[in-house]
Write a protein that binds this ligand. Structure first.
Ligand SMILES: [Cu+2]
Length: 163
């Protein structure tokens, strides 16, 4: 049994080191009681923003039982950074078939970087049980073609109403 534990521990450490895998959450602290008032996670800053180097940053807030915004648009073949935080309990953010999978812990900012290779819509149910309404908690990430993205108005980047 001790041998098996040692082997499993070794696999965890080796894959972590060779694949540069580390927990994407619990790095930066944030006050969950005031984050909506000002700063990075104020409502006007949520959604997708374009950085000077052309990469994108999508900011979302998770709470019982929904994500704000309910859908974000990002561009394909562009580096995308997701930054999320929670105002109440632990939620989860996972995009199937990508490397995006993180816990969203109140008091911390979770950050995940990825790159989408083709346009499409990723349905994102909260994957961390967070209470009675958990089954209804979801968001969407809509990946649009790289050429299409700059033409979107800021409001269109944080909504998928037209689809
Ligand atoms: Cu949840």
């Amino acid at each position: 049994m001790v041998g098996m534990l040692a082997v499993m521990m070794l696999v965890v450490v080796l894959t972590g080191v060779t694949g540069a895998i580390h927990p994407p959450s619990n790095v930066e602290r944030i006050d969950p009681t005031t984050l909506h008032l000002s700063g990075e996670f104020a409502e006007s800053n949520l959604g997708t923003a374009q950085e000077r180097d052309g990469s994108l940053t999508a900011r979302l807030v998770a709470d019982q039982y929904g994500f704000v915004p309910n859908c974000v648009k990002v561009a394909a073949n562009t580096p995308v950074k997701f930054r999320l935080t929670s105002t109440d309990v632990v939620h989860g953010f996972l995009l199937p078939a990508t490397n995006v999978n993180t816990m969203v812990v109140p008091g911390y900012v979770a950050e995940v970087r990825t790159r989408f290779t083709r346009p499409g819509i990723y349905q994102m149910p909260c994957n961390e049980f967070c209470g009675n309404g958990h089954h209804g908690m979801w968001t969407r990430v809509s990946v649009v073609a790289k050429e299409q993205f700059p033409a979107l108005a800021p409001t269109e980047r944080a909504s998928c109403v037209q689809q």
